[in-house]
Design a protein around this ligand. Structure first.
Ligand code: MG
Length: 310
């Protein structure tokens, strides 16, 4: 068993519910989308991916990003990012103003990337490079999500070496950090260890964020494995928003409040106000209008059952 001392004292959560979570829901009103960002901002989550500037034809739920962003209550000290597919999206985000980071994206494999954006990975690298240039011009950070990094249902398995190759390529394009995503919910702890080890060797200067999905029930185990390997930043989605729109209540993105609940009990700092986070989970369920997958929202935090010092 690893010593407790090998775990980080502090972990940074990047909330992706308003973007990754809502994109698979029916389109919500601008007011409801802004309200969710506000509720998350009040919880003191250090990073929030608020909107995406993608084609409204491709992702109707993400339309009108600038209006949502303008209407959202923001909190000082929170670092907000926008997901952008290319130069046009990046320029629209910069014009909207107020973002601390632009998040480009591509997949680890050609199969998944082609399914997602109709391009090869190499073609998408040019878009990521454009996003970096626009971010640099605006004096803000550029990061890149690498999705489907633990398995591609369209093109087959994804070797850890392939993930390191893609990370290395986007690092050469100038990104400050990568978010490596288990979009398809196929990661397990030993796979996480291997990918993290390779990334540490190949791109040691890149900020590393991991993005897990609980599709097969492994998300929390993967976080623990990643923390044991020294990773200190994770994406999570309020209520587990981002499950299939056709199967409400199923597991999609790792649930923010479930993750924070575990970290609080482990004595790992997140800086998040847990009660305000539970309120944000309630708002999330209200705006989407159906039950979400979060477990702690149903069972209650353990300290409500046994007392804060129990
Ligand atoms: Mg996701």
């Amino acid at each position: 068993m690893p010593a407790e001392g090998s775990l980080p004292q502090r972990v940074t959560i990047r909330e992706v519910g308003p973007r990754d979570g809502l994109q698979s829901e029916r389109p919500l009103s601008l007011g409801d989308r802004a309200r969710l960002i506000g509720a998350l901002s009040r919880a003191g989550i250090p990073k929030i991916e608020a909107v995406s500037f993608v084609s409204p034809r491709a992702v109707p739920a993400m339309a009108n990003a600038a209006q949502v962003w303008a209407a959202a209550e923001r909190a000082p000290g929170v670092l907000y990012s926008a997901l952008v597919p290319n130069r046009r999206g990046a320029e629209a985000a910069v014009e909207a103003g107020g973002f601390h980071s632009l998040q480009g994206f591509l997949a680890a494999s050609d199969g998944y990337n082609t399914k997602n954006v109709g391009k090869t990975v190499q073609e998408s690298v040019a878009d990521v490079a454009d996003v970096v240039r626009v971010a640099r011009g605006a004096g803000i950070t550029a990061e890149c999500s690498i999705s489907g990094a633990f398995g591609d249902p369209y093109g087959g398995d994804v070797a850890p070496e392939r993930v390191a190759d893609v990370a290395s390529t986007v690092a050469a394009a100038g990104v400050d950090g990568v978010s490596v995503g288990d979009t398809t919910g196929m990661a397990t702890p030993s796979r996480v260890w291997r990918v993290v080890e390779l990334l540490r060797g190949r791109v040691p200067h890149l900020r590393l964020n991991l993005h897990f999905h609980d599709t097969r029930g492994t998300a929390m185990a993967n976080v623990l494995a990643a923390m044991q390997a020294g990773v200190t930043e994770f994406d999570a989605s309020i209520g587990g928003l981002g499950g299939s729109p056709f199967a409400p209540g199923t597991n999609g993105n790792l649930c923010t409040e479930d993750l924070v609940h575990m970290l609080v009990d482990m004595g790992i700092e997140t800086g998040i106000d847990f009660d305000a986070l539970m309120e944000a989970a309630r708002v999330a369920e209200e705006v989407v209008g159906h039950p979400l997958a979060g477990q702690v929202a149903k069972a209650g935090p353990r300290w409500d059952v046994v007392g804060r010092n129990g």
